[in-house]
Design a protein around this ligand. Sequence first.
Ligand SMILES: Cc1cc2nc3c(=O)[nH]c(=O)nc-3n(C[C@H](O)[C@H](O)[C@H](O)COP(=O)(O)O)c2cc1C
Length: 192
Amino acid sequence: MELKDAIRGRRSVRKYKPTPVSKETIMELYEMASWAPSGMNRQNWFFVAVTGEYVKKVAEICHQGYKEYIGSKVSSVFSHKPQVVKETTSFFATLGGAPVVVFAYAEPGPESQFTDVQSVSAAIQNMLLAAYDMGLGTCWMTGPLNKEKEFNQLLGVEGKKLVALITLGYPDETPKPPKRKGVKIDLLGFDQ
Ligand SMILES: Cc1cc2nc3c(=O)[nH]c(=O)nc-3n(C[C@H](O)[C@H](O)[C@H](O)COP(=O)(O)O)c2cc1C
């Protein structure tokens, strides 16, 4: 696939087929993620991929987290779009049937957490584009981050900052591309 097609065509997928994703596929995605740029070349990402019973537990925690924190914000932002609220509520409870969830963590370093998170985000986007290229769907999620402690306990992770969860699996929907907003770039000094 052409890179530009991947960049334009990737969508957040919130409905998945139950088809399992192999360990080899996950490792290929990880390899793609690991070529991202990173502050001081620290390559400070750490991923945990879970499937099976773990995903059920992750979904339970997400559902609880949604009720406690992000749910009210979604309801308020999308008060004019009740269908979005309904679908989002359901997604947090079921994770759309995704067979895999990938947790993206930042290992803390000498720079600010801002830098740490940007490096991990670059790796996440690499992973999302590679997944799309391989026929897989993903959804980058920060909504459940209020449950970081519970996830760390479940996964046995310590001393790292949870940046995002990524649902992963073969898509069972073809989401429409959201409209791009107006041009948000100033071009200075080009026409001299
Ligand atoms: C930092 C970040 C956090 C996000 N968090 C969530 C989330 O918690 N739940 C969710 O359903 N989608 C989440 N998304 C996905 C966005 O809603 C999605 O990217 C956006 O609506 C544009 O759609 P597209 O990804 O199909 O282009 C997140 C995306 C990013 C980049």
